[in-house]
Ligand binder design. Structure first.
Ligand code: C2E
Ligand code: CA
Ligand code: CA
Length: 856
């Protein structure tokens, strides 16, 4: 026990010792590096300091030299002046101003040429007799200018006179150093000069070393900023210069410090080098440590890999069972050698019964066998294909196989059941090509069919007949009975149309209530007509939905290829044009396309653009047709009827352009114009007259109707009660709910509402009861037949009775004869309107009529 604990863990010690070794070498290396670095730094500092010191010492001697050379220059200059016969003659005893100052022999030149500030002559009695300060003559004593006695210097100069020497001194003038020279004026060796016994006169010249001068002096010696010390800053280079009476001047300058500059450059380089070396060492050490650790841990890895293998196997098992795929293997002959457990779950077939059986018996390929396919693509990595097999319920299912060869020992792969995916794909494909409601082909499939028939040169020679079938009056079915019912009606109609197509033909639903049938092959005119008749008959048969009998009809437009058009879009357009014509000529019928139809369409387009222009540019006008109370013949109001003064076609009636305006949306602009013009005109009429304006059912759909009416009333100032709106039953047929809302809002404004053309549509009593009408207008077709037939009078009588019951004012339209008027009077019809009473009149004529009736 004890022994094993000491001997066995030899291996764990190894990584520890490797690490220690690495750490020791790191410490040693770092220590030596630190020593080298410190040494390098110390040496550089030492050299730098030495350099700076040398520089400073050199500077000090330069300072001494510069002052000395200045002193020498001053000495030499003055010597020339003082030991000179001419000077003695003109300055001694009596100063010759003319010679000295005006001719600049002594004084001004010293300032101008040398910059010496002051020059004096001190007479034998030690009195200043001549002074030039800054180049100007002045009467000032030397002692006064200098601020100190000069006798000492004068005496010294006289003492040196015999040896022809001059006295110089460095002195302080209020703190500023100044060089002073004093020289006795002697004739020297000039024999022409008479001397006397009096003490010689003395020249005194001052060179004050003010800051600029001192600086220039220093610069001439290579010293920057030479100055008298102002601070005690000992770090700045300085030198002591001896002056008179044992005093000194402390001079400073900005010494260059080459050592310091060297340090600035060298020190960072040393630091950088050290860092790089440290970095590299660290990297190397880390690498070594890792290698050592890897070495130490390698046998642990071996143990790990066995664990990993076991893990991998269990993982494979889990994946194989968790995935929806099943895994298979065969030997070289294609006999099944392995099937994963999932096989049983997915297919419901026991796997034992398949082991040893050929895989080709298990799965089937659309072409050939799986083994043939696998052998046909050897060694190409993963191969995939789709195949089918039978599940336990004998249902055929589809699987996607992914397989690879395993050397020459056979094949291995997975099988994914994709039956649902493929079904979904088929369903999406079906939906994209069929109409969901009727199950008929949709527009997209029709387009493909037409393309294959028409855009292919060979097939294009075969004739095609295209029928565009559109249901008549289907919208009310949807609106009145609901969309669910509408859908069921459409489904039944789809079924009926389908009965009429042969296998080579196609019928597609291309819009809400629009179908297109294409009949292939040469079909005669009579046959097509028979087909159309049959289609319409079938569609017109009553449809029963929820105990309701529903009647719809259809119109058909026909275009033929290659006769009418060779390409699909044209063919579709032409059969559409023919359909439009069929609808226009009363519905429930068919029309073949012909060239004139196109002409008519173009004509219509032209009229459309003309109308757009007409509304904006005042080509519209209104006529007013009066309405009378039948009982006493009093005019009660007038209906505004629009006209279009077309520049080429003359005066157009509304039937020629209102439908166009309705189809193109221009009706809103047109309606606005009519409403405004009518209200404006009526506001000029006597109070008791109203104006009635026709409102198209399309204006009810366009929105804003209430707003527009309100605006027209406001603008014209017409009382709302004097405006009547005439609407037809179609308003209620198209969208009853919306119509009711709008009509209530209009009533809210205070306008009157009348139902126009009563008797031509459904003439539904429920409409009259539900909707807030004030009056109804019996269509002129009833009135026109009055007198010819008794039943019509009965109908009119019934309508009048109804109107009375609902408190509606009943108006008869289209009264053309006296007889009709009398008959209407006999059944107590409220009001009448018609050519017999008055034709529609333009604004001016109508006003004339008003004036005439007033006069009466
Ligand atoms: P409607 O509302 O039924 O207008 C009466 C139509 O009958 C007018 O034709 C008028 O001239 C005509 N008429 C009047 N008295 C007699 C008569 O005794 N005998 C005959 N045979 N006809 C008579 P018009 O002006 O051609 O208007 C036709 C239709 O155009 C109008 O029928 C109305 O529905 C529509 N309309 C007219 N003006 C406008 C308008 O400003 N806006 C809208 N949306 N429609 C209008
Ligand atoms: Ca009308
Ligand atoms: Ca009418």
């Amino acid at each position: 026990m004890l022994k094993s604990s000491f001997t066995s863990p030899a291996s764990p010690a190894r990584p520890a010792s490797s690490t220690a070794l690495a750490q020791t070498s790191l410490v040693t290396f770092c220590a030596s590096l630190a020593v080298v670095f410190a040494l390098a730094v110390a040496l550089s500092l030492y050299f730098a300091h030495g350099l700076d010191r040398t520089e400073r010492v050199q500077g000090q001697s330069m300072v001494q030299k510069s002052i000395e050379s200045e002193r020498r220059l001053l000495q030499l200059t003055i010597k020339d002046y003082s030991f000179w016969g001419e000077a003695y003659r003109h300055l001694h005893l009596k100063v010759d101003m003319e010679w000295a100052y005006v001719r600049e022999n002594f004084g001004p030149a010293l300032y101008d040429d040398f910059g010496y500030q002051a020059a004096f002559v001190i007479g034998p009695g030690n009195r200043s007799v001549y002074a030039v300060i800054d180049g100007k003559y002045e009467t000032i004593a030397a002692a006064d200018w200098l601020g100190r006695p000069v006798d000492e210097w004068v005496a010294a100069a006289r003492a040196l006179a015999d040896d022809e020497k001059v006295f110089t001194a460095l002195t302080s003038l209020a703190g500023t150093p100044a060089l002073v020279v004093a020289a006795a004026i002697t004739p020297s060796t000039d024999p022409t000069v008479q001397t006397d016994d009096r003490p010689p006169s003395v020249m005194l010249v001052v060179n004050r070393l003010d800051p600029q001068r001192l600086q220039a002096l220093g610069e001439s010696m290579g010293l920057r900023g030479l100055r008298v010390a102002r601070t005690d800053d000992t770090t700045v280079a300085h030198a002591l210069v001896a002056a008179e009476h044992g005093t000194t001047f402390d001079m400073q300058w900005d010494a260059a410090r080459p050592g310091r500059q060297m340090i600035i450059v060298v020190l960072p380089m040393i630091i950088l080098a050290t860092l790089i070396i440290l970095g590299m060492t660290w990297v190397m050490l880390r690498r070594n440590t890792r290698a050592a650790r890897a070495l130490d841990g390698s046998h642990e890895l071996l143990r790990d890999s066995q664990v990993a293998l076991a893990l991998s196997e269990s993982r494979f098992r889990d994946v194989a069972e968790a995935s929806s795929d099943w895994i298979w293997e065969t030997d070289g002959d294609g006999h099944v050698t392995y099937l994963s457990d999932r096989f049983e779950t997915v297919t419901g077939v026991g796997k034992a019964q398949w082991l040893g059986i050929s895989i080709d018996d298990l799965v089937e390929l659309p072409q050939g066998t799986l083994l043939a396919w696998l052998r046909g693509n050897p060694g190409q990595g993963n191969l995939t294909t789709e195949c089918s097999y039978m599940d336990v319920h004998r249902q055929r299912r589809t699987a996607r196989i992914a397989a690879r060869t395993i050397g020459d020992q056979g094949f291995r792969g997975t099988a994914t059941d994709v039956t649902e995916e493929i079904d979904a794909r088929r369903r999406v494909e079906y939906l994209s090509r069929h109409d969901v409601l009727t199950g008929l082909p949709n527009r997209s499939q029709l387009r493909d069919y037409l393309e294959s028939r028409l855009e292919n040169a060979l097939a294009a020679r075969q004739p095609l007949v295209m029928l565009t079938i559109d249901l008549d009056r289907f919208k009310p079915v949807n609106d009145l009975l609901g969309h669910a019912t509408g859908d069921r009606v459409l489904y039944q109609i789809g079924e009926r149309i389908r009965q009429c197509v042969r296998s080579q033909d196609i019928v597609a639903r291309v819009g809400g209530d629009e179908f297109v049938m294409v009949v292939a092959g040469a079909v005669g005119h009579a046959e097509i007509e028979a087909l159309c008749r049959r289609l319409i008959e079938l569609i017109e048969q009553v449809i029963e939905v929820d105990d309701q009998d529903i009647h719809v009809s259809a119109s058909i437009g026909i275009a033929v290829s290659p006769g009418d058009a060779a390409h699909a879009p044209e063919l579709l357009r032409y059969s559409d044009i023919a359909l439009y014509e069929a609808k226009a000529s009363g519905r429930g019928t068919w029309r073949f396309y012909d060239g004139d139809m196109n002409e008519r369409i173009i004509e219509r387009r032209r009229l459309e653009s003309d109308l757009r222009y007409a509304i904006k540019h005042g080509e519209l006008c209104l006529q007013y047709q009066p309405r009378f109370r039948i009982a006493d013949g009093q005019m009660v109001g007038a209906e505004a009827l629009v006209r279009w003064q077309h520049p080429q076609r003359g005066l157009l009636a509304p039937d020629a352009f209102i439908p166009i305006a309705e189809d193109t949306g221009l009706i809103t602009a047109l309606g606005d114009w009519v409403m405004n013009a009518a209200c404006r005109q009526a506001s000029q009429w006597p109070e008791e007259l109203f104006v009635s304006v026709n409102v198209s059912s399309k204006e009810f759909q366009g929105g804003q109707l209430v707003e527009r009416v309100r605006a027209a009333l406001l603008r014209s100032g017409l009382t709302a009660a004097r405006l009547e709106l005439e609407v037809t039953e179609s308003v209620m047929l198209e969208d009853a709910d919306n119509a009711l809302t709008l009509m209530r809002a209009l009533k809210g404004l205070g306008v009157r509402l009348a139902m126009d053309d009563f008797g031509t549509g459904y003439s539904s009593l429920s409409y009259l009861r539900t909707f807030p009408f004030d009056g109804l207008k019996i269509d002129r077709s009833f009135v026109g037949r009055l007198g010819d037939s008794q039943p019509d009078l009965a109908i009119i009588e019934a309508v009048i009775g109804l109107g009375r019951a609902l408190s509606l004012t009943v108006t008869a339209e289209g009264v053309e004869t006296l007889e009709q008027l009398q008959l209407l009077d006999s059944v107590a019809c409220d009001e009448g309107q018609g050519y017999y009473l008055s034709r529609p009149l333009d604004g001016a004529r109508f006003e004339e009529l008003l004036l005439a009736s007033c006069a009466r």
